[in-house]
Design a binder for this molecule. Structure first.
Ligand SMILES: O=C(O)CCC(=O)C(=O)O
Length: 269
């Protein structure tokens, strides 16, 4: 199987500059076609069999997202998921953005089938409550993504905003209930991606996605979050974390209730 090549130093320097100025980096072709196919097959099979206690789709449900729910933390029960979460090509990029010894906090797989709702604009560090600093996402496209099937949207420049207390989302188009409006003077941009591309973005960057309006196309993605090696605390939902060498690691729980006060603190992403 052909595996992803780690980016060249010159690419990493370019990525780092982009991360600093726009809060996200679209790394094209980071995962090989073989890896994309392996990831797709892995989770297609997981959906087919279900994993009692971990992943139990409701095959009769009307809501496409109940028939094809996202898989949360697959690295906790599946070795291949853990392998991909700490993949060498991701690690090289993450070290450029976060410094030495980044730590993995979360893995997820979204099927986003035809007709599925998207995820309203939000900031990841509202949920992760990383202290000090913020988190970083690596969003791996498993299908080509565009407006029709609900590609990611980002708000460049918002990476420098504070994490804010969200408003109520329109749950007819979003499966989550929090919505962060676009700050004055900034605008949301669609990121069209090819399968194998990776979108890295900072935990304060406002981002999200619209519904999948295609009648036939899924919009699958493997999504992981990371923090810098110097991080001291994180929302308790994310423990145990994982080092980039694949060892479990426990971190102290975040202090305080986040920007909305204690009732919202530690919400699940
Ligand atoms: O994949 C999506 O549509 C949204 C994912 C997202 O916003 C996230 O993982 O933070």
């Amino acid at each position: 199987m052909k595996t992803a090549q780690c980016p060249e130093l010159s690419d990493l320097e370019k990525y780092k500059q982009q991360m600093d100025t726009q809060g996200y980096v679209h790394a094209q072709g980071l995962f090989s076609p073989d890896e994309v196919e392996e990831i797709k097959a892995l989770y297609t099979e997981m959906h087919r069999t279900g994993i009692p206690g971990f992943y139990e789709p409701d095959r009769e449900a009307e809501d496409p997202l109940k028939r094809w729910p996202r898989i949360e933390h697959p690295h906790r029960f599946d070795e291949r998921s853990r392998y991909y979460m700490i993949h060498a090509a991701l690690r090289a990029c993450l070290e450029a953005f976060l410094g030495p010894d980044p730590i993995a906090t979360q893995s997820m797989y979204y099927f986003k089938p035809p007709g599925a709702r998207g995820q309203a604009l939000h900031q990841d560090n509202f949920y992760l409550m990383v202290q000090p600093g913020t988190c970083m996402a690596a969003w791996v496209a498993i299908d080509d993504c565009d407006h029709e099937n609900g590609a990611m949207m980002v708000v460049p420049g918002s990476q420098y905003s504070d994490v804010v207390c969200p408003e109520k989302a329109n749950e007819s188009v979003s499966f989550t209930s929090e919505f962060v409006p676009v700050p004055k003077g900034l605008k949301a941009e669609l990121v069209r991606m090819k399968a194998g591309d990776v979108l890295f973005f900072n935990g304060s960057l406002i981002h999200g996605s619209g519904p999948n309006r295609s009648a036939t196309r899924f919009r699958r993605s493997f999504i992981c979050h990371y923090v810098a090696g110097s991080t001291e605390r994180i929302s308790k939902f994310y423990n145990p974390l994982v080092t980039m060498d694949g060892e479990d690691l426990s971190m102290a729980p975040a202090i305080g209730g986040g920007p909305c006060g204690t009732t919202w603190g530690g919400a699940k992403h």
